[in-house]
Design a protein around this ligand. Structure first.
Ligand SMILES: [Zn+2]
Length: 245
């Protein structure tokens, strides 16, 4: 397969675009979100970072960019080192600064998920996220201000200790990372805490959300969010009890 284009961009509503890694399979690649603001733009999650994103996605070069990772797993944080402004939760600051294959779960990735070789020395069995020390630690209640729109940081521990979401009250948009998407939720990783995961999902239901832009898979509305969370609470969609899903 051609490796000419590593990234593709899809423009959605509300000045939100979805950037995808074309050569990473659907099951593995994360959603890289780009939000256009008046004074600066926001990039939420950064993909694996196997190719320089700014070379192909000119939209992120037009004004200053704040990059924020919803958590430090390799599929979300691998590209963070490519940005000057790097935000994440303090609970995972050490992983961003000193990433290992185990801490970023890069050791779980397999060759079948990478459809083209990103660079000649690439080796799936040894590859690791590059160090990307946070320039700004962000925690519950902090505001990311783009000039004409603001996003509030919500701490949703469970999938990982420093998992966060970005909440825009004005539009009812929430970027939820791996705390919620339309698939089986990963509550079984080395630093996952299922009890906290359930608490975070119960809390998420209390927000007047219109649109969920998750860390993977397609976006959905509030009604779908309620169904997905209820199914998780019923034991479906959990990696800990896959026989019920
Ligand atoms: Zn994750």
């Amino acid at each position: 397969m051609s490796s000419d284009s590593w990234y593709e961009i899809q423009k959605l509503d509300d000045d939100v675009s979805l950037i995808l890694e074309s050569q990473i399979s659907d099951e593995w690649r994360c959603n890289i979100w780009h939000v256009r603001g008046r004074d600066c733009d926001l990039v939420i999650d950064t993909g694996l970072g196997l190719r320089p994103i700014a070379e192909e996605i000119t939209e992120i070069t037009e004004r200053p960019v704040i990059a924020i990772c919803t958590h430090s797993h390799h599929d979300h944080s691998g590209g963070l080192h490519q940005f000057d402004s790097r935000c994440g939760h303090p609970a995972e600051a050490d992983i961003f600064a000193n990433p290992t294959r185990e801490a970023t779960t890069a050791n779980l990735m397999e060759a079948q998920y990478v459809k083209a070789t990103p660079y000649s020395e690439f080796d799936i069995d040894t590859w690791c996220v590059q160090a990307a020390p946070l320039t700004n630690e962000v925690d519950e209640g902090d505001i990311i201000d783009l000039g004409n729109r603001t996003f509030q940081v919500i701490h949703f521990p469970g999938h990982s200790p420093g998992s966060i979401a970005l909440w825009e009250e004005k539009t009812g948009i929430m970027f939820t990372g791996d705390t919620l998407y339309d698939g089986d939720l990963y509550d079984h990783l080395y630093h996952s805490v299922p009890e906290l995961f359930r608490e975070s999902l119960q809390r998420m239901k209390t927000f007047p959300i219109n649109t969920v832009h998750g860390g993977h898979d397609a976006s959905f509305d509030n009604a779908r969010m309620q169904i997905i969370i209820d199914e998780y609470m019923d034991g479906k969609r959990s990696m800990l009890c896959p026989s019920q899903s």
